[in-house]
Design a protein around this ligand. Structure first.
Ligand code: FES
Length: 419
């Protein structure tokens, strides 16, 4: 598979094969750029590849240097890492448990399989127990960590464009701000939209030294007024005067045959790979479904001139992806007619659904729209001490809209009246 530039200086092994990665590149990106699948689905053992690059699918799970079930899209490759596929009987390429898929083409309820059939039931139970679960136990047991309490003026959850815009304004106003994001670096969706004008926003944020950044850190839940944040080093229980939710939106996932084939991924996820020069295929088809955007077009214009890569943008509804171990073609319904296009990478740009889960825990009222549940937050206010902004509240992923949204929210937080 092609890559842009020659920036790979990190080498690790994947099932014994040497893989090269750019500094900071997620393990899954470097593997996908080689056209390899990573995982097998838990039940039918279908091949899986990374699809989201935001810990929202299971296509990148692997054992990394002795630790099972690592989401390799969220971990930067390190020199000498030993990455192994898991959940196979045989090997990643030839997994004998794949026969499950062929024996039960219409699905299978393993809870009731052969139940009541004397003799066979017991054999099935033994077999099911052997194959249940994912991965083997860690090579080393990680000791439990004590949680530590922290106080802060403002805790901003989500380091995408909205979170950065609000955090910068609050820090400028003298508030102590901690911003939490589960990505390898701060930036969120802006990282997949290089030409959308977010650079200035990111630069302003980076220049505001008063903000404490917790990257690769997840706000796992709220308990009363506390927010529990798991960082790579420790678990923190935050007591924050104000909590700002900037959790963004989930990729739209469309139901069509073969949407789980390696090589089918979100257009935003492909944008994450591209930051490191990695491209998931040589024949790339971008499918922008109705109300989708802006990631597909942005991606296509970014790789349009890369040697050895063809890219086609199609507006329509994906109907089916074809392939056995990897996508080979996609059928798209365009203007009422089906069109089949050869492809070894299919990037889906579908309407995104607000990431409302934490907001709901914190008492936000949700309203259902065609794209999903949207948190209601007039002038950013959810309730006393809880604020929300950005795509979570329905704000478009557009620089001017995000800046105006952040202005209104911060003015309300600081008790100022906007113009
Ligand atoms: S969870 Fe890693 S690519 Fe989806």
């Amino acid at each position: 598979m092609p890559r842009t530039g020659d920036t790979c200086t990190v080498r690790f092994s994947f099932d014994g094969e040497v893989i090269e990665a750019a500094p900071g590149e997620p393990i899954a990106s470097a593997i996908a750029a080689r056209g390899l699948s990573i995982a097998r689905s838990p039940k039918f053992h279908r091949p899986r590849g990374p699809a989201c690059f935001r810990s929202a699918c299971d296509g990148c799970l692997a054992r990394v240097s002795g630790q099972p079930n690592i989401m390799t899209c969220m971990v930067a490759a390190k020199e000498g890492d030993v990455v192994e596929s898991q959940n196979t009987l045989g090997s990643r390429k030839l997994d004998l448990l794949r026969i499950t898929d062929w024996f039960f083409p219409d699905g299978m309820n393993h809870h009731e399989l052969f139940a009541g059939v004397v003799g066979v039931q017991k054999v099935m139970q033994i077999f099911a127990r052997r194959v249940a679960g994912l991965g083997r136990l860690p090579a080393e047991i990680v000791p439990a960590r004590a949680a530590r309490r922290r106080d802060v003026d403002v805790l901003v959850i989500g380091g995408g464009p909205s979170g950065m815009a609000v955090a910068s304004r609050l820090a400028d106003a003298g508030r102590g701000v901690v911003i939490v994001d589960d990505g390898l670096e701060i930036g969120g969706n802006a990282l997949s939209l290089p030409g959308a004008g977010f650079r200035g926003l990111r630069d302003r944020f980076a220049a505001t030294t008063a903000i404490e950044v917790l990257a690769q850190s997840t706000a796992v839940g709220t308990f009363g007024d506390d927010v529990v944040v798991v960082t790579p080093a420790e678990t923190l229980v935050f007591s924050a005067g104000e909590r700002v939710l900037a959790t963004g939106a989930h990729d739209g996932v469309l139901a069509f045959a073969g949407n789980d084939l390696p090589g089918v991924m979100s257009a935003r996820a492909a944008g994450v790979m591209l930051r490191f020069g990695a491209i998931p295929g040589a024949r790339v088809v971008v499918v922008v479904s109705p109300l989708g955007g802006p990631f597909g077009e942005a991606y296509a214009s970014a790789i349009g001139k890369v040697a050895g890569v063809t890219v086609e943008v199609v507006r329509g509804d994906p109907v089916a992806a074809k392939g056995v171990d990897r996508v080979r073609a996609i059928t798209v319904r365009v203007d009422g007619a089906n069109r089949e296009i050869e492809a070894d990478a299919v990037l889906i740009d579908a309407p995104r659904a607000p990431s409302y889960e934490l907001a709901e825990q914190l008492g936000a009222r949700l309203v259902h729209e065609p794209r999903g549940y949207v948190a209601q937050a007039p002038e950013g206010r959810v309730r006393e001490g809880v604020w929300a902004c950005g795509e979570l509240t329905g704000c478009p992923l557009d620089l001017a809209a995000i800046e105006a949204d952040a202005d209104a929210l911060v003015a309300a937080m600081l008790g100022r009246v906007t113009g």
